[in-house]
Ligand binder design. Sequence first.
Ligand code: ZN
Length: 350
Amino acid sequence: MPLLRPLSRRCLASRGPLAALLLALSLAAPAQGAPAAGAQPAAAEQQPGKRPQNKRPAARRSSADGKGETRAARSARAKEKAKERAGKKRAARRDEASRAERGGTDAGADERKPLSKGAPNRGRLTGAVRLRSSRHLKTREGARTWGLPVLVKTLRRAAFQVAKKHGDSALLVGDLSARAGGALDGHNSHQTGRDADVGFYVVNSKGKNLRTDRFVAFDDEGNAIGLPGARFDDARNWALVQALLEDRQAGVKYLFVTDALRARLLAHAAKKRVPADLRARAAAAMMSPRDADLHNDHFHIRVMCPPSMRGACIEESLARPACAADEPKKALDSAAPAATEPDIYGVPSR
Ligand SMILES: [Zn+2]
């Protein structure tokens, strides 16, 4: 190696006595990987089929190449670590998606403690969680989808339950609340993270599930308005009501829907021999509040104040329970609870 000696001598001059000693030793010894004449073959060669003992790159075994080899080893280790990190990230993403499907928490959360302050039609929200689309739930484009964690989880679980039972289902969700609550365009309530609008499940003229990206309105016979041949899906919509009411963690208080669709759903439940106590609860929760929007194209779901928020969270709307946009402003000035809202365990007023 004629070029090595002059180079090494320059290194010797610049790196001091220890480098000089190492250099002298390396020059005196046979080169790594090139055994001297008469030397025994490597152990791996003596035992064919057996893995070599040391799989590390040559860079780590040899000191002859010094800095260059160390860099190569470092690079190999860095690549291994990067691969490992990427694997962990993929696994975390899979876990998160799976949690979301089952109703777990969402990454896009306000860090503060969740709190619903005030009444549904005059209040604020902190610690909101954002509802995002998942396999069985789609948020409508442009929807404001912040809510109390209990509401967000309830919607995810219910959508999952319907899909589990009927397959190929996606619950279309419209507005919940703004991130910090307060007045929301187009709604009277939806101010404290306890309200959500969800579209009805729809079937086509052949009875097959029909996915839409907008809320579809239905007449009293269950025919879609403006979507010829499409119909109200009694089975899936009842499954949604059932999932919401049977969810012990949910605390669903109201499901606003027109009288006609409420009657359809209760008739379907009776036909399917759903236990009477569940049908009674459904009858109590489903209602069509006076002077509110006509809920013929969506359910308005409201959850109760979580027990931990008592004192700050006001259960009922101050004047009227609806999410109507056209409520007279003067009605908000009244602090009297709405007379039209029954208790979930009471008798529905209409
Ligand atoms: Zn609403």
